[in-house]
Structure formats: C-alpha cells, structure tokens
Design a protein around this ligand. Structure first.
Ligand SMILES: C[S@@+](CC[C@H](N)C(=O)[O-])C[C@H]1O[C@@H](n2cnc3c(N)ncnc32)[C@H](O)[C@@H]1O
Length: 232
C-alpha cells in the first residue's frame, strides 16, 4: 500500500489536522481570507485529494519509521489519543501482527480552526463516522474501537503504548488526560507524545526520554517517550 483509499471529505479533514500538507495556494488563501472562510469553504472545494493522499501517506510513513526504531508493535494494545485520520495506525496495522487500536478523538470540526494552544480544549477536527469508513476501507477490521472524547465513557483497560502525535500537550494540556492515563497505564506502558516543555514531565514520570526534536518557526517541539507515573 503506497496510497490510502480516501475521498474529498477525508482529504479535507487531513489538511485541517496536518497543516504542513496544505499546498502553497491553500495556505495563501487561508492567509488572505482568514481561517473561518478557509475552514468552511476553501478546505471543502479547493483541494487536490490525490496530492494530499501522496503527501499524507509519505508523512505517516516517516512517522512510522521514526517510531519503528524504538517500538515493536506486534501483539500490542495501543491507545491513540487524537490520531486524526489514523494514517499512522493504518501503516502500523499493515506492518504488524495482532495489534489492537483504541482510538479517542473529537467528533466535530471547529468552525474556525485554531492551531495554537487550546486552553479549554474546545477545538476538534474530526468526524468519527468518516474515520470508521476510512479505517475499514484501508484494511482495519475488528481490531479497533473508537471513542468520542466528549460523549463516551473512556475504556478502563490496560495498554502497552499510548500514542499522541501533535495532539496531547501540543494543542491542549496533558492534565486533560493525566488522571485517566494513570488508570490505564501499567509500569510497562510507554507514552509517546509531542510537547514544547519536555522538562515539565520529569515531575510527572520516573522516566522521560527525548526521541527527537521538531524545529518549526512557531511551535518547536520534542517527541518524548515516558513511563511510570510518579506518585503524588
Ligand atoms: C493536529 S491534529 C493531529 C492529528 C494526528 N495525530 C496527526 O499527527 O496527524 C490534533 C488532533 O487532536 C484531536 N483532539 C483534540 N482534542 C482532543 C482530545 N481531548 N482527545 C482526543 N483528540 C483530540 C483533534 O480532533 C485532531 O484530530
């Protein structure tokens, strides 16, 4: 699989979730007309889904390669927090055996997407019905479950890995999930996420390791892997 099976509606969600995949012209239109018109008009009609498909697959493949050095996904239970359209999870699914994915996401698209820190965690850029269709059309069957962060009781079971790329502590505070994660992590669970404040997590976890740094003009971050919550 070098491409994913997607349609225009899914490609639109992808460029809202992964702003770096927006073309030069789409970014220009966003700047000229503002984020409201971009989110509700241009992102619906002026998108080239084939190009987005290629770029998304290739980005997710890079993400997979970055993680694959550290993680063996075979037979693991993975909790994905804010995985967007789950391109990474789909690639993991094709390259590993007996992996189970628990997905927690938002089930709405904000009228005016804000890409910075979201104090109240009100921003969402997903549609869980479309996500389900996308997963099934790309080879996931019976090995995933989806939870709506705002409306569902989150599952209380143990996970081997928690993955949250550019979501938890990148757009909204870790504290939204802290107590929940304490309940679903064992001493062997590894939590991987992107943050601009890795040192802060030395107070929260026994072990914190930086996997790599992402230098961007506005929002430079580090991807960290943590385990074992400190008591207190
Ligand atoms: C910048 S996108 C990143 C998507 C994906 N992880 C990726 O790397 O392409 C952030 C995602 O977090 C989701 N999100 C926001 N708040 C959330 C929450 N409290 N729980 C789960 N997902 C959330 C958004 O809907 C969005 O899909």
């Amino acid at each position: 699989m070098e491409y994913l099976n997607l349609n225009k509606a899914i490609a639109r969600l992808i460029i809202l979730q992964r702003v770096e995949l927006q073309s030069f012209w789409i970014r220009k239109l966003r700047k000229i007309f503002g984020r409201y018109i971009f989110t509700n008009f241009f992102s619906r009609f002026f998108i080239a889904e084939t190009k987005i498909n290629q770029k998304y697959y290739s980005r997710m493949n890079e993400e997979y390669k970055n993680l694959n050095n550290t993680i063996n996904f075979d037979g693991k239970k993975i909790l994905s927090i804010g995985p967007g359209m789950c391109g990474l999870e789909l690639i993991i699914n094709t390259r590993s055996k007996n992996t189970f994915f628990t997905i927690i996401e938002k089930n709405y698209v904000s009228k005016k997407i804000v890409y910075g820190w979201d104090i109240q965690n009100k921003e969402g850029y997903n549609d869980l019905n479309l996500l389900k269709v996308f997963l099934e059309n790309n080879g996931m069957k019976n090995n995933y479950e989806i939870y709506d962060f705002d409306n569902d009781d989150l599952p209380l079971k143990k996970f081997d890995y928690v993955l949250s790329l550019y979501s938890l502590d990148y757009h909204y505070d870790f504290s939204f999930y802290q107590e929940y994660l304490k309940k679903v992590c064992t001493e062997n669970t590894k939590i991987i996420f992107d943050t601009i404040r890795p040192e802060y997590f030395n107070k929260i976890f026994k072990n914190v390791q930086v996997l790599f740094s992402q230098e961007k003009k506005i929002h430079s971050s580090k991807r960290i892997i943590c385990d074992n919550f400190l008591v207190g």
